[in-house]
Design a protein around this ligand. Sequence first.
Ligand SMILES: Cc1ncc(COP(=O)(O)O)c(C=O)c1O
Length: 371
Amino acid sequence: MAPGSLVAPNVESIVPYVPGKPIEEVARELGLPDCVKLASNENPIGTSPKAAAALREAAGRAFLYPDGSCFALRAKLAARHGVTPAEIAVGNGTNELIALLARTFLSSGEEAVISATSFPIYGLVLQACGRATTVVPMRGHRYDLPAMAAAVGPRTKLVFIANPDNPNGSYVTAEELSRFLDCVPERVIVALDEAYFEFVEERDYPDATALRRRRPRLVVLRTFSKIYGLAGARVGYAVADPDIVSYLDRVRDPFNVSALAQAAAIAALDDEEHVQATLAVVREGRALLARELPRFGFTVLPSVANFLLVEAGRPGKELFEALLRHGVIVRPMASYGLPGAVRISIGLPEQNARLLSALAAVVARLRTAGG
Ligand SMILES: Cc1ncc(COP(=O)(O)O)c(C=O)c1O
């Protein structure tokens, strides 16, 4: 670090994560009161009603510090997964657990392997820790696990795999994952980020919890942000070896998950009706958009999650900005390394319809303008 520098070079060179544009911001900037946000893969039907009731109930106890051990939530998650509470770590969103894994387990000189054009947070947290990272290209919008296994070297300690992947919507099969694990030394921690696990209905999708029996250093990450509609409450969890959990416990903030978030997550786990209703809306909306979007000349990648990656055949930013003027917020993908694409979250039927009619206007105008 140069004398007098405020931060180390790895921090200086961080390009901040750009979240989906909030509805309030678009409404303010464009004077559009009724915007539709299809930009952050949130739950189209909203928060689980049981979780919302638990949040209201917990509000009166917000003056108390939360249970720093997340005792009740961990017990419930452990029962759900057939593991012990010592195998559950809870985080302020999965994002916190991703950062904690890097901070806790990567010592100086140790490295990580991630995939290009996948969830950008992996690269960001590794850069923030100043750890060397090998970035392996995807193959046809899918994780190239043989290439990732080949990239694992003597210093590699941590691998992140998003399954399903955000933003590509693709997934790694049980067989592919199994072959990968056979090739990667046992000392390597493999973090399987299953943020969209609950949306996947494919039969060849891996049962990562079962694979943990074979490989203690496999860490499974899940979130309450998507299927349970609690993105704003911030709760994610890891199912992992007790040793891994206990080291994460040493590094994390003692009160990393708020009391409100814990109460909401516990209640959400009992709301199967909300889960099923979410799946029905996503299934139907995804099929509709996958059918309709190609009519605009776009290529729509197959997706097993609650969003679609759309190759627009023009800069994604241009499409994003044009749709914004119609009050529809999608996500341009340049910051994910896909400048010609946008990612569209599946919305409610009326939101999907609004997207399609905005697109009809936007695409016609862009074509007339010679684009
Ligand atoms: C692949 C993936 N992992 C993790 C997350 C973060 O989840 P959380 O809201 O629990 O931090 C997301 C959110 O979009 C995601 O797409």
